[in-house]
Design a protein around this ligand. Structure first.
Ligand SMILES: NC(=O)c1ccc[n+]([C@@H]2O[C@H](COP(=O)([O-])OP(=O)(O)OC[C@H]3O[C@@H](n4cnc5c(N)ncnc54)[C@H](OP(=O)(O)O)[C@@H]3O)[C@@H](O)[C@H]2O)c1
Length: 327
């Protein structure tokens, strides 16, 4: 089979489409013929050598895919998946390939009404947003969510899901066009972070109260402003470090407002934790996709051998939503 490999960390041209050894699924795994995968910021970090795959994970990039099951692992099976089933999957790596081995707990059905290729744009954003905003952040329908980077793959899904569940959504993005798209997806308030102090605007838009939950991709550079933007009992969930990993934490502000700060990453979680998230996503999120309330937001689709071009686009932040790569 062929896959995109990273022989040496570097720029987009470090991604090379190459012949690699065939794969065999183990117990409680299946082999999936990949129809499509999608690009995540983490793939860019991996390519640059800053985000190595966790132990045991494929060395090829790619944290999600859609495709068809072509074989089942050996041994007795206590799952309902069969050869020929169309699936999408959350991966620890290896999606940028013609085939990938997937633990059965990380498989999801392709939601009815979604094309197989489009379905590749869903697993990573659905699992990340559900686990952080709802399982960790416990966002309730009457509450308010601030989503940073509303035009990102993650942001476009977080806006739709929180809006669908009845929450008020504020979002930041770096251009009027992106903010307009965010509004179309359900954001109630758009804040251009290049022109406005987002914490001041959050205060203004919430009558001085602040927001209940923040989904943050910036980390260090936004920590203080995020804490200032939270309401009493507010929850900050940090999932990205695009603004650095270190900052000063004002515990006094946390004490007075009874705040909590969480930071999580999906990729390094054990298979059982991923399976629990996948199961909740299938139960709570997939019905909203099937009824058309949530859609995969695909900016563009390129052939997988053009992964380098897809990374260039992601690094320029010219995209809104997901960049999909097809076999
Ligand atoms: N922890 C996890 O499990 C997990 C899982 C998935 C993703 N993530 C993280 O989530 C983040 C988004 O991932 P993605 O794949 O969706 O990436 P992406 O589509 O490339 O999005 C990154 C976004 O950040 C925006 N941005 C840049 N600087 C900003 C700033 N100062 N304030 C607000 N927005 C800013 C960019 O657009 P504009 O500047 O043009 O607005 C762009 O839309 C990444 O940090 C990724 O590592 C974490």
């Amino acid at each position: 089979m062929r896959a995109i490999v990273i022989n040496e960390p570097g720029g987009p041209d470090a991604l090379t489409w190459t012949e690699v050894p065939d794969l065999e699924p183990g117990p409680d795994e299946v082999l999936v013929e990949v129809a499509a995968t999608a690009v995540n910021r983490a793939d860019v970090n991996q390519r640059q050598g800053d985000y190595p795959p966790p132990p045991g994970a494929s060395q090829y990039p790619g944290l999600e895919c859609s495709g068809r099951i072509v074989s089942l692992g050996p041994g007795g099976r206590d799952h309902a998946w069969n050869v020929g089933d169309e699936v999408c999957a959350l991966l620890s790596g290896g999606g940028y390939a013609e085939r990938v081995v997937v633990p059965v707990g990380q498989l999801l059905p392709v939601p009815k009404g979604v094309e197989l290729v489009e379905a590749a744009a869903l697993p990573e954003v659905a699992c990340t947003v559900w686990s952080n905003v709802f399982m960790v952040g416990r966002l309730r329908p009457e509450e308010t969510l601030l989503v940073h980077g509303g035009g990102s793959g993650i942001g476009t899904f977080a806006i739709q899901l929180a809006h669908a569940r009845g929450a008020r959504v504020l979002t930041t993005a770096g251009s009027p066009d992106k903010l307009q798209r965010c509004g179309e997806l359900g954001a109630d308030v758009g804040i251009n972070y290049r022109e406005e102090d987002f914490a001041a605007r959050v205060k203004e838009e919430t009558g001085g109260a602040g927001v209940d939950v923040i989904l943050d991709i910036m980390g260090g550079s936004y920590l203080d402003a995020n804490l200032r933007s939270l309401a009493v009992n507010g929850r900050l969930t940090v999932i990205g470090l695009m603004g650095g990993r270190k900052a000063e934490l004002d515990l006094g502000r946390m004490l007075v407002k009874r705040l909590s700060v969480h930071a999580t990453t999906l990729r390094s979680r054990p298979v059982e934790e991923k399976a629990a998230i996948v199961s909740e996503v299938t139960e709570h999120v997939w019905p909203l996709v099937e009824e058309g309330t949530l859609r995969p937001i695909v900016d563009r689709t390129l052939p997988l051998p053009q992964a380098a071009e897809a990374h260039r686009i992601m690094e320029s932040s010219a995209h809104v939503g997901k960049i999909v790569l097809t076999n």
